[in-house]
Design a binder for this molecule. Structure first.
Ligand code: GAL
Length: 730
């Protein structure tokens, strides 16, 4: 279900983005019924759902509140401490009132509210417009007035109102949007009637027919625009794309909500987490931390506490940044700020570093002889003649605060420069070489003199240090140089990512001193080639990489994988057939045994969708031919045997081993005609645990078959890596 929602959200988002880029969307201005002064800027705070799911309780809420208070996050602006689903007792009380689960909230919600208020913070709670919450607790349908009064009497300051289990059939002839408008208006009025200022947050963006942004500002302070966020970069991009085009609908007191922040949950890189924080701030989105703050690493906390970026989100103009340009997975956004500055985000959603360029004119800055660019992550301040550009890492975002400067010495500040490296991802053979191109642009108002660029390469590369002395570079010009490296593959493993770093020192204007002006780094993936008869296969539609070093194999790929069949209230969705593999064609006879050890897989139990293992089918190179049998381990540690029992093109059966494993795990498939016995071992093959026996259609297992190792990230556009060793056949 989630995958289908993601695809739909992407489609809608792409459409909306195109419409808005074309400038044809109309601005909706409406006065919403709630107190507009409550959240003149987007709410900031914490919500337990992403990190704790249904395991909410009073202690954890108070611990998180206490952390916000004592860590300094409160001074950064974090204020709302929000309780999500599952806080409720399963039944209403005799008087029909909502009651908290006595085990989770033994002193009641008002005691938690008192604690939170005592710290100077605000308390939020979760309810649902239907008969039950998404997790099956009593919903507010038909009880809106009573529930709103209960919340007010407890001291609740913020209500997140969900959209599960709405009895749409009770509203014949009405669309979901009409029913939602009615039910959310009822709760909005009920909250207002209590006389207590309560922020109203609509959580009905997962229903793609409700369009809450069209009417949300009249009844609420914020409304969800997308499906639930998850702790992976593809999900961040999906929710960003579902929201970026909706800028005309946001204004002070009424905001688009692309869901909570995942920073700290462990599933993404710091670069990816910084992108979420940048994009959410650029979109004037709520900054609600969906993580256990008390265990945050210093690096994750520094993201939540970047005051320069928070100031963009909390800017008093309360305008949502709008997309200025989109090309090939790169985005330029601009958000007007009070006082005339603009916050510009250069977002690279692709998996390779890109130079992203725009101009002061395009972002809406008032024309000036020069512009001050403040890098909101690095902090550097530079002077530009009008070009706004950066070499943006894969999945990264560079943010600048842009100020038009009317006068002053153009050489007084560092000129804006962009240094970029473009190494091609390559399959390196022993002693092979890699060509790279280094480009330096001077976007400032003064020339660079005596620039030196030093490029350093990691161990195993030659040369390790290259120093380039560059001629004078006039303002507004750029120059390129070619670099060549040779690589010793044994220093790298089957598939590794290595970094090249380039540092720039230069003088400018009349300055006599050499100054370091930042640098650039680029990741190069080095794949050692597969040796015959092994060959690469990929059915994901996204680029994949494979590598081999002796008996070690590695695959980096995206793809939704082979299993499971997804069943939900919305129906059963067929298994996909999207993975990358290293295949040994025709190697499996009707009576042979294959095994491989999966040694590592990127990901964690927090993002359990990736999978790696063994696969046998008639043809690994031809999707559309009968699916065969796969035995794999997920990033969550579940070993699964999946097979096509009827000879179809996708699996229709799967069995999980009863206990989860930690890597390394050896997987073994013993074939006897159409029957396959699956087992795994976590002690290097000394003892085996049976998983199940699969029988595939005779038509799909008649003769010799292909065997291979395969990997899929579990998400269509998100690439992860699996490592294997000792693929053997007997
Ligand atoms: C979802 C909602 C999530 C969380 C969950 C609780 O509908 O989008 O943010 O509140 O329900 O069951």
């Amino acid at each position: 279900m989630i995958r289908h929602r993601v695809v739909n959200a992407l489609r809608t988002a792409a459409l909306v983005a195109v419409v808005v880029l074309a400038g044809s969307a109309s601005v909706v201005s409406s006065a919403h019924a709630d107190a507009p002064g409550l959240v003149p800027t987007p709410p900031m705070g914490f919500n337990d759902w992403n990190a704790y799911g249904c395991n909410v309780n009073a202690t954890l809420i108070e611990d998180e509140a206490n952390y916000i208070h004592s860590s300094g996050m409160q001074r950064d602006g974090y204020k709302y401490v929000n309780i999500d689903d599952c806080w409720l007792a399963p039944q209403r009380s005799a008087t029909g009132a909502l009651a908290p689960d006595p085990a989770k909230f033994p002193q009641g919600i008002s005691a938690v509210a008192r604690y939170v208020h005592h710290l100077g913070l605000k308390l939020g709670i979760y309810e649902d417009a239907g008969t039950e919450t998404c997790a099956g607790y009593p919903g507010s349908f038909g009880h809106e007035v009573q529930d709103a009064r209960t919340f007010a009497s407890w001291g609740v300051d913020y209500v997140k109102y969900d959209q599960c289990n709405i009895p749409f059939s009770d509203f014949p002839g009405m669309t979901h949007a009409e029913v939602d408008t009615q039910l959310y208006t009822t709760m909005s009025r009920a909250l207002k009637a209590t006389g207590r200022p309560i922020v109203f947050s609509m959580c009905n963006g997962t229903d793609s027919t409700v369009y809450p942004w069209l009417w949300g500002a009249r009844v609420s302070n914020l409304w969800r625009t997308t499906t639930d966020i998850r702790d992976n970069f593809a999900s961040t991009v999906t929710n960003f794309m579902g929201t970026v085009g909706l800028w005309p609908y946001a204004h002070a007191g009424a905001f688009n909500d692309p869901d909570m922040l995942e920073i700290g949950n462990g599933g993404q890189t710091l670069t990816e987490y910084r992108s979420q924080f940048s994009l959410w701030s650029e979109m004037a989105a709520p900054l609600i931390a969906g993580t256990n703050l008390t265990t945050l690493s210093a690096a994750d906390r520094a993201i939540y506490e970047n005051r320069r970026v928070i100031a963009v989100d909390q800017d008093p103009l309360a305008r949502q940044g709008r997309p200025i340009a989109y090309q090939d997975g790169t985005w330029v956004l601009s958000k007007p700020l009070q006082g005339g500055d603009h916050a510009v985000a250069l977002f690279n959603s692709t998996s390779t570093p890109r130079v992203i360029t725009t101009t002061a004119h395009a972002v809406g800055a008032s024309p000036a002889p020069s512009y001050r660019l403040e890098n909101l992550w690095g902090g550097a301040v530079t002077r530009s003649g009008g070009v706004i550009s950066a070499f943006v890492p894969a999945e990264g975002t560079v943010m600048y605060r842009v100020t038009s400067l009317s006068a002053g010495d153009p050489a007084a500040a560092r000129p804006a420069t962009v240094l970029s490296l473009h190494p091609s991802a390559a399959t390196i053979t022993p002693g092979g070489s890699l060509a790279a191109r280094l480009t330096l642009s001077d976007d400032g108002r003064v020339a660079l003199h005596g620039a030196t660029v030093t490029v350093t390469a990691p161990a195993g590369w030659s040369p390790q240090t290259t120093t380039l002395r560059l001629p004078r570079l006039a303002a507004g010009r750029s120059l390129s140089r070619r670099l060549a490296f040779t690589v010793t593959p044994t220093a790298t493993g089957p598939l590794t990512t290595l970094r090249l770093h380039a540092g720039l020192r230069t003088r400018w204007g009349s300055s006599v001193r050499l100054r370091a002006l930042g640098g650039a780094s680029a990741a190069v993936t080095v794949s050692s080639p597969l040796t015959s008869p092994l060959q690469a296969e990929n059915t994901t539609g996204a680029p994949a990489r494979t590598g081999q070093l002796g008996s070690d194999l590695a695959i980096t790929s995206a793809g939704t994988g082979i299993t499971p069949l997804v069943s939900s209230s919305r129906g059963t969705f067929p298994a996909s057939d999207a993975y990358a593999a290293i295949a040994d064609p025709g190697a499996v006879t009707p009576t042979s045994t294959a095994s491989v050890t999966v040694t590592a897989q990127t990901g964690s139990a927090l993002r359990p969708d990736g999978t790696a293992g063994l696969i046998e089918r008639d043809s690994l190179s031809a999707p559309g031919t009968p699916e065969g049998v796969s035995l794999s381990v997920s990033t969550g540690g579940t070993v699964t045997l999946a097979w096509a029992s009827k000879g179809g093109t996708a699996v229709d059966r799967s069995v999980n081993a009863p206990t989860t494993v930690t890597l390394p795990v050896t997987l073994r498939l013993q074939r006897d005609g159409s029957t396959y016995n699956a087992a795994y071992s976590t002690d290097g093959g000394a003892t085996w645990t049976a998983v199940a026996t699969a029988t595939v259609a005779a038509s799909a297992s008649s003769g010799d078959q292909d065997v291979g190792v395969f990997h899929a990230s579990g998400v269509a556009g998100w690439r992860t890596t699996a490592d294997f060793t000792d693929l053997t056949l007997s």
